[in-house]
Write a protein that binds this ligand. Structure first.
Ligand code: ADP
Ligand code: MG
Length: 255
């Protein structure tokens, strides 16, 4: 686990005059499970959205593997090398959002097979086989022909995870995947994520407020504050012995 698969090198993201990512240096090794915690508005979602190329950056370089996501132009602004390049980079990542974002007019099965068939160029039969495997993994084999509105929030989020996995990403990004769920449904989604965390080769970047879970599954926890990593450490270290006053305050408020 020495090679880095994600690297932010002095990355800056501004929205107008507001700097939300402030010269961020951040690295994730291949196969590493990293949790990002921090107050609302500290830039956690923006980091994931930058990786998904849903946001551009204002300065710095973001690497996935040994390729940069953007290239710098002569005038200093960052532009995508090409749509094809971005599509290729995006294909290495799967993202699960707080709001489940399933296609409401498609069955559970179609939600999962859509991208592999349309973008991944799998045959319908291959995509269906893969979807069935994934539905089994998330415990929803019997729900394949239902529509999202017929499922509970926890079930919908498990479909969201299966859908993200259907493109066989190397990196999975989770942005507060249980925050929109009723408390009694949180456990079933965390179980699935915990199961994924045991996969040695999969790199995981997780934003969550579930501190106990973060402690169980992550190799490293990063505390974000105002667009920077204020403190990072192995979970046992960060949760029991935080060094920074800001981290202590935050943990006192959420634990
Ligand atoms: P977090 O996920 O840690 O709560 P975000 O990354 O969502 O924080 O947001 C960081 C800051 O950037 C917030 O102040 C937010 O209001 C601002 N922000 C995010 N997206 C936009 C946008 N598209 N336009 C303007 N400001 C934005
Ligand atoms: Mg957020």
């Amino acid at each position: 686990m020495s090679e880095s698969i994600i690297k932010f090198d002095k990355v800056v993201k501004r929205f107008g005059s507001l700097t939300v990512i402030d010269e961020l240096d951040f690295e994730v090794k291949r196969g590493e499970k990293v949790t990002i915690i921090g107050p609302s508005g500290s830039g956690k979602s923006t980091v994931l959205r930058i990786l998904m190329t849903l946001e551009s950056i204002s300065d710095g370089v973001v690497w996935i593997g040994d390729e940069p996501l953007w290239h710098e132009q002569k005038n200093g602004s960052m532009v995508p090398a090409s749509e094809a390049h971005l599509r290729k980079m995006r294909g290495q990542l799967g993202m699960v959002f707080q709001q489940f974002n399933l296609f409401p007019h498609m069955t559970v099965l179609r939600n999962i097979t859509e991208a592999p068939v349309r973008v991944g160029k799998l045959s319908k039969a291959e995509a269906k086989d893969r979807a069935e495997e994934l539905l089994q993994m998330v415990g929803l084999s019997d729900q394949a022909n239902k529509y999202p509105h017929q499922l509970s929030g926890g079930q919908q989020q498990r479909v969201g995870i299966a859908r993200a996995l259907a493109m066989r990403p190397k990196i999975m990004l989770f942005d507060e995947p249980t925050s929109a769920l009723d408390p009694e449904l949180v456990g079933e989604v965390l179980n699935v994520i915990g199961q994924l965390a045991e996969e040695h080769d999969l790199t995981m970047l997780l934003v969550t407020h579930e501190m106990r879970f973060a402690r169980e599954v992550s190799d490293r926890v990063c505390f974000f504050d105002r667009g920077k990593i204020k403190e990072e450490a192995a979970p046992d270290e960060l949760f029991t012995n935080p060094k920074e006053e800001r981290t202590r305050e935050f943990l006192k408020a959420v634990l």
